[in-house]
Structures are given as C-alpha cells and as structure tokens.
Design a protein around this ligand. Structure first.
Ligand code: GLN
Length: 484
C-alpha cells in the first residue's frame, strides 16, 4: 500500500509546498488504487486518467517554479456523477442519461478546474440521487469497504467509498435528504451538507431543487472545511445562491462554553447498539466540558412524511424534461410522439425514480395540492421555527446520523423501511441548515456516524465544534480494505 493514499488533503498540500511530493505522483497513486480496487467496489462509473494527469502536470510546473499554490490546489478529487462535467459523461447512474455528455461544467466543477484539482473520475450513486444504499444505480451497486456484503449508504455511495477505500483524498456529493451524511456515516468518514445556497447548484442535475445541496466528503474535519471554502460562494447562475458570505471555512474558532441540544424525538426507534454508543459518546464529551441538554422539537417527527411529499413533487417536475426528445434515452421503435415519450420514460427510468414521479404527480394534482403539497410546506415552516427556537438556546443539535448500523444488500427491499433510514438527516434539508456526519464508533466492526446540525449560515461554527469533538473522540478511520 502506497503511503501517499493515507494522507489527508491538507497533508498532501503541505508536501507539494515542501516539494516532498509531486502532483503527478500523487494523482498516479490514486489512479492506480482506483484501477486495482474498482472492479470489486464499483465506486467509480468513469475514470478520467488522461485529464487528471494533464492537470497534475500544470501543478508540477508551478511547484517547480516555487510558485505559491492556492488552498487544495493540485489535490485530486472524485465527483458524484450528477454534476455536469463538460465533455465527460454525466449519467446520474441512470439508463436515461447513460450516454449524456454535457456541453458545460457545473459551477463547482469550474471552481475545481480553476483550482487545478485533478478530477479522478465520476462516482456511482443511486439513480437520480434517489435512495439510501446505492442499490438503485443502473450500473450496479457499490460495496462498503468495511464489509463488502454491506451497502455503503446512498445516494452518494460512490463518493463516500472513494474516500473510505483510499481511492481519492477528497470527493463531492449531493445531499437532498441525507445523501452525503448517511453514506459518510456508513463508510466511517466525514460528510457535510452546507447551509442551503452556500454552494451553487448550477449544473447539478436537479432532484428536489429546494432541498439539494452539494458538499464535501473527506477523511477529517479540516479537509472538509477546506474543500467547502473552495467550492462555495455566490453564483449569479443560481437564483437561490447566498450573497455576501464569508467563504473561508478554515478559520476554526474556539469558544469557551459549548451547549448542545439532544432532540428527544430522535431517541425512539434507535437500534440498541447505536443508542448505547451514542450515550457513551455523550458522557465522554460531557467529561470534556461540553454541556448537553435534552430538548424537544416536536415537528421533527413529521420530517419523513413532509419530505416524501416535497421531494417527489419537485422531482416529478424536474424529471419532466427527460422526454426522449431533447436529450437522454430514446426508444427507437415508437410510431408516434406520445408513444416515443411514454416508452422512453418507462424504459429509461428505474423503479424507484418512477415511484417518486408517481407520488409527486399525485400530490401536485389539482384537488390534492392543498391537502398534501401546501400542508407539507406549512409543516416545513413550523420546523424552521422549531430550529430557530432551539438555536437560540444551543450552539448545535446532536444525534446519531442513522437509526441503524450499515445494512446488507437487499435487506431493505420495502421502500418505506429504506426511507426511515434518513429520519435524522432529512430535517436539516427541509430547514436549509448546515449539518455533518463524523465517525464516532463501531458496531460489529462497521462504522457509525454522529450527526451535528447548526444554525443557518453558521457552517463555520459547526466545523469548529466538530473539530473539537474529533479531537476528543479520536476515531481511527482505517478499515480492513486499507490492507488490500
Ligand atoms: N435517501 C433520500 C432519498 O432517497 C435522500 C436522497 C438524497 O439526499 N439525495 O430521497
């Protein structure tokens, strides 16, 4: 095993400055690792060896001339396959987009390219980011490096595995209801969903636009904060982008007293092993001076039901564009336009995507709109208010990231059971607040994540407290796959 692979992104950056490592050498190490492990793990759907090495060369020329490198410049990265990459297929792991090659870059990709970060490849995901296990991918499921009989979580399973199996030092995912944080939890790494609007969604293939947010995967909190600093910022191409934000998330601050609320609503339905780990963690952190208090946010109980109205409603509208006419899969045998659209959509989309389109179309239909969609938006407002009240008393809210440890392939064949896995992560999307998952313990040698939620636009504070917790817990992210 090449020792380069174990380095954090910040460590790699430092070794460029001191000329201990070249960018080509680092990029090559990760590309080699991908080619040695991808057949088994299936975390990448495409690999961009040539362009990655070309970018590395540019960085090496700067290093040779002793030019200063920007934050994370030259650090390789993996990208979830729902972010548009000009000239490189962007499939959303769907048959519908299996041959779609965008003509433009998403804003985050533009930022990554401008920062000369070699893009190693595009990662596997649940089809159109709908799922919690990466099992709905058209390209087959991704395996969890901690135990290959186990799912890596989803929908950004490929990106989480890329970090956990040492195929990339950094990765991007997208999170609509937990798709960064839940796979981070299942793979024993750090995954962060920023405040809604901190990262541009331009060029992210939309699932549910009012909930979608791009965010970083990494080995630790420092790398996560650094990557968010690179990808964030106002973008006039995204009307929901936040203006005037400080995009330096690396300024870790320390505060004397940290007060964390523990939402009671999340304690029910916890797997006993998760509960035990969670309680142990709270007592360890209390001993270090962090103050914990149980609190109530009654609307959290409505999270899943609200999400499964809002998200499918927006998805049904966003996915209407895939009609076989403009781009994407087209059935070639149909004799009429209507037949062509119908067949293209029924053959191009998988079962979970169709389920969401059906639910979404139903809840938006006239006669039902007020009863479902409008009601769901009202609950969302109540939830935002509950969070505002909580954050007037607490710096953060804490819970496990998922109610259960990582599960096996096929174990959650009932969609409702699958949906329940996001019970703790969904409220942050509905309220737009920042949240992250970081590893805190193991159950049967499988990792478990702890979930921290912060107030709107307090992403930096979230990182600062998370870093303190990381130092106290000192979780070792090494998994058995590192020996391969
Ligand atoms: N698992 C959730 C869903 O299936 C969340 C997905 C996501 O965050 N993209 O909708």
């Amino acid at each position: 095993m090449n020792d380069i692979l174990k380095l954090t992104a910040i460590e790699i950056s430092k070794k460029y400055q001191t000329k201990e490592l070249s960018c080509s050498e680092v990029t090559k190490a990760f590309l080699d690792r991908i080619s040695a492990t991808n057949t088994e793990l299936n975390s990448f759907v495409s690999i961009s060896e040539k362009t990655a090495l070309e970018t590395a060369k540019i960085v090496d020329e700067k290093i040779a001339k002793s030019q200063r490198l920007a934050l994370l410049e030259g650090v390789p990265i993996a990208i979830k396959d729902n972010m548009c990459t000009s000239g490189v297929a962007t499939t959303c792991s769907s048959k519908m987009l299996a041959n779609f090659v965008p003509s433009y870059d998403a804003t985050v990709i533009e930022k990554i390219r401008n920062n000369n970060m070699p893009i190693l490849g595009k990662t596997n995901m649940d089809e159109f980011a709908m799922g919690s296990s990466t099992e709905t991918s058209f390209f087959g499921s991704t395996k969890n490096p901690w135990n290959t009989n186990t799912v890596p979580g989803g929908s950004s399973g490929g990106s989480a595995v890329a970090i956990s199996a040492l195929q990339a030092p950094l990765a991007l995912g997208s999170d609509t209801g937990g798709s960064i944080r839940q796979p981070a939890s299942f793979c024993g790494i750090v995954g962060m969903k920023p405040t809604y609007g901190v990262v541009s969604r331009y060029g992210l293939i939309a699932f549910a636009s009012s909930l979608d947010q791009i965010g970083p995967f990494s080995k630790n909190i420092d790398d996560s904060a650094a990557l968010l600093s690179v990808i964030s910022g106002y973008d006039h191409k995204d009307s929901t982008s936040q203006p005037n934000i400080d995009t330096d998330f690396t300024k870790i601050s320390s505060q004397k007293e940290i007060k964390i609320g523990l939402p009671k609503e999340f304690f029910a339905n916890l797997d006993p092993k998760v509960k035990e780990l969670y309680q142990d963690t709270i007592s360890i952190l209390s001993k270090e001076g962090i103050i914990f208090e149980e609190t109530e946010l009654p609307s959290l109980e409505q999270g899943i039901s609200t999400y499964y109205i809002v998200a499918p409603a927006e998805a049904s509208s966003n996915l209407a564009r895939f009609d076989g006419v403009r781009y994407g899969y087209r059935n070639q045998e149909a004799k009429s336009l209507v037949d062509m659209m119908e067949l293209s959509r029924s053959e191009g989309f998988g079962a979970e995507v169709k389920r969401r389109i059906l639910i979404g179309t139903y809840v938006l239909s006239s006669g039902y709109y007020d009863a479902y969609y409008k009601k769901a938006q009202q609950v969302r407002t109540i939830m935002k208010n509950d969070f505002q009240k909580a954050f007037s008393k607490y710096d953060l809210l804490l819970s496990p990231t998922t109610p259960t440890p990582p599960f096996s392939f096929g174990e959650k064949s009932n969609p409702l059971e699958m949906y329940m896995n996001d019970i703790m992560t969904i409220p942050a999307n509905l309220a737009g607040i920042p949240a992250l998952s970081m590893p805190f313990g193991k159950s049967n040698n499988l990792p478990m994540g702890i979930h921290l939620m912060g107030n709107l636009l307090e992403d930096q504070k979230l990182f600062s407290i998370a870093k303190k917790i990381e130092q106290i817990l000192g979780f070792n992210i090494q998994n058995p796959y590192w020996e391969k």
